[in-house]
Design a protein around this ligand. Structure first.
Ligand code: MN
Ligand code: MN
Length: 468
């Protein structure tokens, strides 16, 4: 062996996925990503993602947990919590008390929520006030086509599902921005202050209607909404309506190697997680996929990872498998379980290399990212996985041809961020952060590499099949 070969063997080197896979896998990768783009287009909110996942689950032989009185190995069930959070399980051959294998991702994404009293008129234009959700760079959300998604209850209690701006002949909405000619003082502000939160108002109409009415354009819109949907202004108070980018997911590049779309954090992991569990038939250990809401605002709330919903559903699962479930049994099951907390990592951006530390960064095209910890500053808000667990996960990935890479979220003290991993760890479960590197994270058009999407999917299948 030459010194050069020995050096190669002794060093840690990342591998580009394309240099390590067969043509057959490459074909599978591209078709998986075609399906992924449809998932993104049909699931632009947490509610839509749950609905889409339920439809896919039913096609893959899953039944509602409530409909089952008992469960046996090979049974496939799902449980939906308040239309925004879904739990899927395939019952394993082994006693559930040896633990389950969980992959968890989140299906909420940064966006603009309508305020509860959003409608107003200004300068003969009707607008909707918003409150942004999650960590956004506000300037990125102006001057792009927006669609409106959500639910609104009419006075008579009818629940209307809203989805306007996605179909080819639908109108869209937008937030205007100042012309450069008059932006001299705006352009000299700090980027965090250039666009203010209270300036994220969405243009929705401009035709004045009626006689002796103070706000004729607002009246026109209220009349139209009432004629078309039977709603009044008061109905917005209980509504949940989200403004999201109106365009569809696209392939990026001459070689179509990337996917560009809104909401890939973290629907890229949600999609690959559910695709993986659909491929599992009779696993040794019970396989669970969990898609949660509210991660982008701290995981609180009854549909977020901090909700007791997860443990309650596990208890119900145990009860239906074993005919009962004591607190000790539930604790034992959860303590013996393993979790891949699947969320996006920051891919090194060629335009902004300086914020990354190149030996400990994730790169687009170099496979699934495996992060021992995330967090900020001195590892705050991180669960910091145990060495034993990191080793075991890395080993099974290597044994089954998964291309993966390690990294952390940028240089020390450059910033940082947390995931649901810390809350899963608090349940006394082994958990590691993993997922897909993404460019332009939290923007209205995030970018991922198809090769990493494929490897994330492959890693979850491997985890479900071989982690025991
Ligand atoms: Mn995320
Ligand atoms: Mn995020």
């Amino acid at each position: 062996m030459t010194d050069k070969e020995l050096f190669e063997e002794l060093s840690y080197n990342r591998k580009n996925v394309y240099e390590s896979i067969t043509d057959e896998e490459k074909t599978k990768m591209f078709s998986l990503c075609d399906e992924y783009r449809v998932f993104l287009d049909e699931g632009k909110t947490e509610r839509e993602c749950v609905e889409k996942t339920v439809a896919m689950a039913k096609q893959n032989g899953f039944a509602a947990l409530e409909e089952k009185n008992s469960l046996k190995p090979g049974d496939k069930v799902y449980y939906v919590n308040r239309n925004k959070n879904i739990f899927l399980a395939v019952i394993g051959e082994e006693d559930i008390e040896t633990g389950f294998n969980l992959v968890g991702a989140h299906i909420d994404s940064p966006r603009l929520d309508l305020k509860q009293n959003p409608l107003y008129e200004s300068n003969s234009m009707a607008l909707l006030k918003t409150h942004y959700y999650g960590g956004i760079k506000k300037y990125q959300w102006t001057t792009i086509p927006l669609s409106l998604h959500g639910v609104i209850f009419t006075r008579d209690g009818e629940k209307l599902t809203i989805n306007i701006g996605e179909k080819a002949d639908d109108p869209v909405f937008c937030i205007t921005d100042l012309l450069p000619h008059l932006a001299q003082s705006q352009m000299s502000k700090k980027m965090t202050e250039g666009i203010e939160g209270e300036s994220l108002n969405i243009l929705i109409g401009g035709i004045p209607v009626g006689e002796d009415v103070k706000e004729k354009v607002k009246f026109g819109i209220l009349k139209l909404l009432n004629d078309r949907y039977g709603i009044t202004e008061k109905d917005f108070i209980s509504a949940e309506i989200e403004a999201v980018p109106a365009y569809r997911a696209k392939n990026i590049g001459f070689d179509e190697s990337f996917v560009g779309a809104y909401g890939q954090d973290d629907r890229v992991c949600a999609f690959t997680t559910v695709k993986a569990i659909f491929d599992i038939d009779k696993p040794k250990k019970t396989a669970i996929a969990l898609l949660v809401d509210k991660e982008e605002i701290g995981s609180a709330g009854n549909t977020g990872m901090l909700s007791a919903s997860f443990e309650m559903t596990v208890a119900e699962l145990i009860e239906k498998i074993k005919g009962g479930c004591s607190v000790t049994q539930l604790n034992r099951v959860i303590s013996n379980s393993s979790c891949m907390s699947s969320d996006v990592s920051a891919a090194v951006d060629p335009n902004y290399e300086s914020v990354f530390e190149k030996n400990n960064a994730t790169y687009a095209g170099y496979g699934m990212s495996l992060l021992k910890y995330t967090g900020a500053r001195g590892k705050y808000d991180s669960s910091d996985a145990n060495a034993e667990f990191v080793y075991r996960i890395g080993k099974i990935m290597d044994e089954h041809g998964v291309i993966w890479q390690t990294g952390e979220l940028g240089k020390v003290d450059q910033g940082g961020g947390g995931t649901i991993a810390q809350y899963v760890a608090n349940l006394n479960m082994d958990v590691i952060d993993c997922g897909v590197p993404v460019l332009s994270m939290h923007s209205p058009f995030e970018v991922t590499a198809k090769s990493d999407i494929y490897m994330a999917y492959k890693s979850y299948v491997t985890f479900y099949e071989h982690m025991y």
